[in-house]
Write a protein that binds this ligand. Structure first.
Ligand code: NAD
Length: 340
């Protein structure tokens, strides 16, 4: 996939749109990212056919239907998504349903831009699939746009990216190339995130973090994710939880369960994190960058955990060890309590 990376790269969106031969682009954002949408609308000039600023977490089907109506009304021949995984997810839904190609400008570390994975949520259930049609045609990474990403969102989003690399390292379809990307991505993020959280305008740290997100996103796109992503997917869809924070809370607990059965992955992560105890290092990093302490801090009720286990057990997924119900309940209990 084509990538344009660097401070000021957003200035090149019109060039990227022209390369694809697009003339009427629908600009997508969340309601809170109106200023970013206005910035790219100006840069696109006559190529911007309209704006839809209703992107929402987990891509509700009602949101997609509303965006489809706007795309049809303005005669869009493509989209430009600027924002995090929620906005990029909406662009993917429009690619899936209408065949619209997309240029995306990621402003978090979620990594969706690097994957052919789409997700849609209806009635509390999130459905995902893979389709090459949803892969963005061009990705414009501009670290300058991330300076205003709040510390809490930056930290949680960075842990979300690290989770992609962790699960890629023990994926059944992992490769040495992906392991190399994962190691560097985890190292970049573990180095950059504490600096980013301490000073959001540290340009060097912002570049390193975004590069780490790119690498970790590529790991996600190339491999099959395991128990961690399955758990977070069920938790997010069922309980409407914030995606990145959920990942940041759950990751150390799944790592503690999985890594004893995945010694090669453990060795790579020990090198990348510069630590002997990977789950403890992930917990410390999460705490240092402000990830909430436990699912209960996100408002999850203890009685919801059984439903989560039921849904995780209902469909198969790949993992180094298949957890029994008691294992799952133990992981969820620890993640809920936030037993640091
Ligand atoms: P998000 O897109 O909802 O963004 C998080 C918050 O940050 C939002 O409030 C947003 O408005 C704000 N924000 C974004 N950029 C900002 C900026 N530059 N400055 C200030 N605020 C900013 O969340 P996310 O964590 O990026 O993405 C989560 C979604 O992405 C989930 O739905 C998840 O399932 C999906 N996802 C999909 C894939 C995939 O491969 N399909 C991969 C990762 C995540």
């Amino acid at each position: 996939m084509r990538v344009v990376f660097g401070p000021g790269a957003v200035e090149r969106v019109a060039e990227e749109v022209d390369r694809l031969g697009l003339r009427r682009v629908l600009v997508l954002s969340t309601a809170r990212q109106g200023a970013l949408a206005a910035l790219v609308t100006d840069l696109l000039a006559q190529r911007a056919a309209g704006t839809f600023d209703g992107a929402r977490m987990h891509v509700p089907t009602a949101t997609v239907a509303a965006a489809q109506d706007v795309a049809a009304a303005v005669g869009a021949d493509g989209c430009l998504a600027i924002g995090g995984g929620s906005t990029i997810g909406l662009a993917k839904a429009l690619s899936l349903r209408l065949g619209l190609p997309s240029v995306v400008v990621p402003t978090t570390y979620a990594g969706s831009e690097m994957t052919p994975v789409w997700g849609l949520t209806e009635d509390g259930r999130k459905t995902t699939g893979r389709d090459p049609v949803v892969l963005p045609r061009s990705v414009v990474y501009d670290p300058d746009l991330t300076h205003v990403l709040p510390a809490a969102v930056s930290g949680a989003s960075g842990l979300n990216a690290i989770a992609h690399a962790v699960e890629a390292l023990y994926a059944p379809n992992g490769t040495p190339v992906i392991s190399a990307l994962a190691e560097r991505g985890v190292r970049d993020l573990a180095t950059a995130l504490p600096r980013v959280v301490a000073d959001g305008s540290d340009g060097e740290a912002r570049s390193l973090a975004l590069e780490g997100a790119w690498l970790c996103g590529a790991c996600l796109g190339a491999t099959t994710m395991g128990l961690h992503h399955k758990l977070c997917h069920v938790l997010g869809g069922m309980l409407d939880l914030p995606h990145a924070e959920t990942h940041g809370i759950v990751l150390p607990h799944v790592a503690a369960f999985n890594l004893p059965a995945a010694p090669d992955a453990d060795a790579v992560l020990r090198r990348a994190l510069g630590a002997d105890d990977v789950p403890a290092a992930l917990r410390s990093l999460a705490a240092a960058v402000g990830v909430p302490d436990g699912l209960q801090a996100l408002g999850v009720r203890h009685e919801d955990l059984a439903r989560v286990s039921d849904e995780v057990l209902a469909a198969p997924y790949s993992n180094p060890v298949v957890p029994a119900r008691a294992d799952l309940e133990g992981i969820l209990e620890a993640a809920w309590r936030g037993s640091r």
